[in-house]
Design a protein around this ligand. Structure first.
Ligand code: NAD
Ligand code: 44H
Length: 384
């Protein structure tokens, strides 16, 4: 069994590649960083280290890599692949779609075996988005074949993997916890036997629970921590104000998730507490600039902050603390992040109110709009 995995980064090596390898798959990574591709091919193995007191090291053996810009090689690898996975970032799915479409077209000429493509990105409907982008590049005849032979099951992936700074360029330190949930109903052919995947018939509750609890809390804590001058999330969460807003924002999304998906309130509380402990893992130094990366994406209408805030209103919840999280994202003026720079430029040129509307798509007549602006003033005042 062969898996082609796009993105040999932190989640690619530290989570998806590891689980595929340990389930007996021959893993081939596709990445754009030639140095990384060369290093994987030179060593054919790497180490995943647990961020806990054990510092357990797991060796991932027999892997190889290709450059995903090398169309011919990617297409060749796709001809006999049994599974394709991605962990490249939501914004990159559009970029790999033409290559995947070309690979499918060639594959259909030689191989009528089913194939599943699982996008392991932090978003609702990642594989569906990939499907739409791939279909855009397929002929009508190939779309029909793809309808029959190719599955794009959505997934939720959870494992905190911070930025890596090791002498060993392939070593990845990861938290011990992980969860990989996949929509079984969208699989074509046999269900891939991967140790560590939980298959469900309806992914929506699981992806919303993950994105709107883990990532909502993470983003809220990260943007507030950045604003108040903390480097890592663990440091930020020691600040009583940041801790309180983060906990309350996660409590607001829990109320939404309980109302919308009938999760049990007690289970949801346990889930939140475990997540808060994971954020404060003393064996990880997770930079707030990583967690806050790509603020335009994170402020999107369906993403971790605005998504649950807007939906909360439908259930009679006024998400005061989520609005603090949203407001704090507009204060993320980190020069090392293109999207943060763009937001700050827009604030200067268009003003705050127009910029909030531009990225969140929240209209001025929504009760959330004045709340966000009020929280912005409050956050600025608290710093002075
Ligand atoms: N790090 C985490 O804690 C975590 C946890 C769960 C989910 N995720 C999600 O996983 C995805 C990857 O995150 P990450 O933290 O591993 O980021 P990362 O930057 O470490 O890895 C992304 C990799 O994709 C590669 N890449 C970029 N463009 C590419 C292309 N066109 N073709 C092939 N490879 C390409 C990059 O070179 C990089 O190696 C994101 O969607 C993220 O939200 C991350
Ligand atoms: O990867 P992003 O940019 O969508 O979000 C940053 C972090 O919140 C995220 O990577 C978490 O560490 C991860 O989602 C935990 O499972």
């Amino acid at each position: 069994m062969k898996a082609l995995h796009f993105g040999a980064g932190n989640i690619g090596r530290g989570f998806i590649g590891l689980l595929l390898n340990h389930s007996g798959y021959e893993v081939c990574f596709a990445d754009v960083v030639q140095e990384l591709v060369d290093e994987i091919n030179r060593r054919r193995e790497y180490i995943v280290e647990m961020a806990d007191h054990t510092r357990q090291q797991i060796r991932v053996k027999g892997v190889r890599a290709i450059n995903s810009r090398d169309l011919h090689t990617v297409v060749t690898e796709m001809l006999d692949a049994n599974l394709i996975t991605t962990a490249v970032g939501p914004n990159v799915l559009q970029r790999i779609a033409p290559t995947i479409a070309e690979g499918l077209s060639e594959r259909f000429k030689k191989n009528a075996q089913p194939l599943n493509l699982i996008a392991c990105e932090n978003m609702v409907g990642g594989s569906s988005l990939l499907k739409e982008a791939v279909y855009h590049h397929l002929s009508e005849a190939d779309r029909k074949k793809a309808d029959e032979l190719v599955g794009f099951p959505n997934a939720a992936v959870d494992r905190i993997v911070p930025l890596q700074k090791h002498e060993d360029k392939l070593l990845v330190t990861v938290e011990p916890f992980y969860e990989w949930v996949v929509d079984r109903s969208a699989i074509v052919g046999e269900i891939p036997d991967i140790k560590g995947i939980t298959y469900v018939d309806d992914l929506q509750p699981y992806i919303e629970r993950k994105l709107y609890t883990v990532n909502t809390g993470h983003a809220t804590a990260a943007y507030l921590s950045y604003h108040f001058g903390y480097q890592t999330i663990a440091e930020g969460l020691q600040d009583p104000y940041i801790r309180q807003v983060t906990e309350q924002a996660m409590a607001e999304t829990s109320r939404l998730l309980v109302a919308k998906h009938s999760f049990q309130p007690e289970q949801q509380e346990q889930y939140r507490n475990k997540i808060l402990d994971r954020f404060s893992n003393p064996h990880l130094a997770d930079q707030v600039t990583r967690i806050g990366r790509s603020p335009i994406r994170k402020l999107g209408p369906d993403d971790r902050l605005v998504g649950p805030a807007v939906q909360s209103l439908n259930y009679g919840i006024i998400p005061e603390n989520l609005c603090i999280g949203i407001a704090s994202a507009f204060l993320f003026d980190y020069a090392g992040d293109e999207e943060a720079v763009q937001i700050q430029k827009d604030i200067k040129e268009k003003g705050l109110a127009e910029t909030v509307q531009l990225y969140t798509k929240i209209k001025p007549d929504s009760p959330l709009f004045p709340l966000i602006l009020e929280k912005l003033d409050d956050l600025k005042a608290r710093k002075n």
